[in-house]
Design a protein around this ligand. Sequence first.
Ligand code: UTP
Length: 402
Amino acid sequence: MKIWEDEKQCYIRAAIEKNTPEEKEALKKRLDAIDWSLLEHIERKETINERGVFAPLEAVEIDEIRAREAEFREIGIQTIKDGKVGAVLLAGGQGTRLGLDKPKGTLNIGINRELYLFEQLMHNLMDVTNEADAYVPLYIMTSNINYNDTKSFFEEHAYFGYPKDFVIFFVQEMVPACDHEGRVYMESLTEVAMSPNGNGGWFGSMVKAGLLDDIHARGVEWLNVFAVDNCLQRIADPLFIGATIAYGRESGAKVVRKAAPDEKVGVLCTEDGKPSIAEYYEMTEEMATARKANGDLLYGFGVILNYLFSEKKLEEIADAHMPIHVVEKKVPYMDMDGNYVKPETINGYKFETLVLDMVHMMNDCLPYEVDREREFAPIKNLHGVDSLDSARELMKGCGIEL
Ligand code: UTP
């Protein structure tokens, strides 16, 4: 018996009962194409984060970056001029906390004028491409759900002045979402409630989309991957690229100094000798509060979802298994009576791989300190912490007119 035929799968069964014979056949085909082993991760969700031995990892700090600025800049700019740097914008998320029904990047962050999140990111990228006098290919990951809206938004805005040939869209994979009992939700009578499979699958999805040819043809050797929702994000930052290369590392991660020992950020450190990110809830009190001789926190730098990876190394690990995280989210679904429900509270699980787990697949990683006031303004919510409100304040602080 197939898993979806199990009596437990009540949403699927209820939908099938109401289907016409043709709809039933089409739905069965879609159900057969799903990777049902994902559901097994629900039982293992407490143990996914069983970790090895953490140890601190020295960062290159702002003082050193200032002192070596010219050297790092020269290497970075030359690498960009040589066409060796590509950027990857992760824009496949659903932004459920923000509650938008459009792609997050289409959010207007302006106050007295229109300024879209995507637009601001393109300005940030163009600061660099103007300086280097060379373009950086920008690969944009969307989901099935927001692909059309994202692409047409860029088209309507003439790619915000960036050359179209340097903007390449690709789509990430989708996986089913279920309730807390592992019963897969239906979105309608004929469609399973599918959601994007997290931001960890970006390179695999690029490979599936046939983009390796494009990467090779352009001669890209480094990929800078970043989140859509940090409007102060520096993209293809020459200093970051230059520092990672100067240190001879195969990856780098932008980090910010933790504001307090209990700040809820993932900290870049090592785990069993390899670079890794310890989530705030995985840190013991002792780890979180330990200090170096100079008084700085021993585990003092949090990641901000801006990484640089050697493309060659990414190809080596492309087929490696990544941990599946079972994430609690609000999942809209069709109930057994055929009513569409948009839940107010968390009602189930999604299954995601995370880009931060990729760091642990690298032999080394350079934590590169940036000033959070200048480079970290994530928009996760409308108000409060990490919100549109807080991001606007930070943008004003950087002299950006809104
Ligand atoms: P978040 O973890 O903040 O998720 O994504 P989200 O889906 O945008 O928002 P919530 O949690 O539902 O409110 C961090 C980054 O990873 C991307 C997002 O677009 C964002 O840039 N992402 C996330 C993907 O590209 N794909 C995914 O499946 C999930």
